[in-house]
Unconditional design. Structure first.
Length: 323
């Protein structure tokens, strides 16, 4: 059966427009109680309506225990979740959410942190800047967007106590405004960590520049908001054996492992269903997965001892899972 991470009810205290196609929601406990703690980089699952479960990064100061603040960008075209958040969810509404989870946490031992945000990727980066500033840590923030009108939190960043550490890059203003990746990634040094969040092409460009400059992979941290784009037209069917329950299943070319498991009443906790949150990670006992997620590191993928059944498939004819 399909299991979800939803465990809390919150109320929409405030809904306001931040920028073109970007709306902010302040979520609070309906009874005024403190919310579970979180750290910068964390996200929550939000049950938007009966059809859509979405993940949104928390962008307020983690020290604020009475509010979870998220910002939602309306996608064009929308898969339904962002459209519903913009048009259906109103102040006073109750929403079911998960407790915060963090797969994009700051490195506590970093001597300096370079925060790099593209577009709506500013959401976890803003929380990081607030946490770093509050703890007296060294950092700088680079924020790239097309125009100020399309960028969230510009006014807040400009008036923040760490405004002198924020550099805006508005690409429609001309080449001189764009991030110079060669300069940004120059001079690799121990103890300095990059945290990069934005559209896929943006993330890949920043990380590629850093790797070309010689930055170690362990000092580069990224978060994606969408899964990998994969041509599924050549997918084949394969077999999945569940070692503990003794069930053998065929995975058709047009269905995910997770879908088939859920259809057969196998307990599997799912969330993003795109391979970006890590919720459904399952241990592999035998066989070779075809990894299509953005959650596992390259080193973790190379071991082939776990995979994300929501999006990944199999390179071998049979995949044996610890289920």
């Amino acid at each position: 059966m399909k299991k979800t991470s939803l465990s809390m009810m919150v109320q929409v205290l405030q809904k306001k427009t931040l920028a073109t196609d970007i709306v902010q929601f302040d979520l609070v406990d309906p009874h005024g109680r403190e919310l579970p703690p979180f750290t910068a980089g964390a996200h929550i699952d939000v049950q938007v309506n009966s059809e859509h479960l979405r993940q949104y990064s928390l962008c307020n100061n983690p020290a604020d225990r009475h509010c979870y603040r998220i910002a939602v960008q309306r996608e064009h075209p929308s898969r339904g979740g962002s459209l519903a958040m913009h048009e259906q969810v109103q102040e006073g509404d109750l929403l079911q959410i998960s407790a915060p989870r963090n797969h994009f946490a700051l490195n506590p031992d970093a001597s300096h942190t370079l925060l790099v945000a593209g577009g709506i990727g500013i959401t976890p980066i803003l929380a990081m800047a607030k946490e770093l500033h509050q703890n007296g840590r060294s950092f700088e923030l680079h924020y790239s967007a097309r125009t100020p009108e399309q960028a969230a939190f510009v006014t807040e960043l400009e008036s923040s106590p760490f405004a002198d550490r924020v550099i805006f890059h508005f690409t429609r203003a001309g080449k001189s405004q764009r991030i110079n990746l060669a300069d940004l990634s120059a001079n690799p040094r121990p103890g300095v960590h990059f945290h990069v969040c934005g559209p896929e092409a943006f993330n890949e460009a920043v990380i590629h520049a850093c790797k070309q400059a010689g930055w170690p992979a362990e000092q580069l941290h990224t978060e994606y908001f969408v899964g990998s784009t994969v041509d599924s037209g050549t997918d084949d069917c394969f077999e999945v054996q569940l070692a503990r329950s003794g069930i053998n299943l065929t995975i058709p070319a047009d269905r995910s492992v997770a879908e088939v498991l859920i259809d057969h009443d196998v307990d599997l906790l799912t969330s993003c269903e795109q391979g970006i949150c890590g919720t459904c990670i399952t241990r592999v006992l035998d066989g070779i997965p075809e990894h299509r997620d953005r959650y596992l590191t390259e080193e973790e993928k190379a071991t082939n001892d776990c995979f994300t059944p929501c999006c990944s498939r199999s390179r071998s004819r049979v995949l044996v899972l610890d289920l």
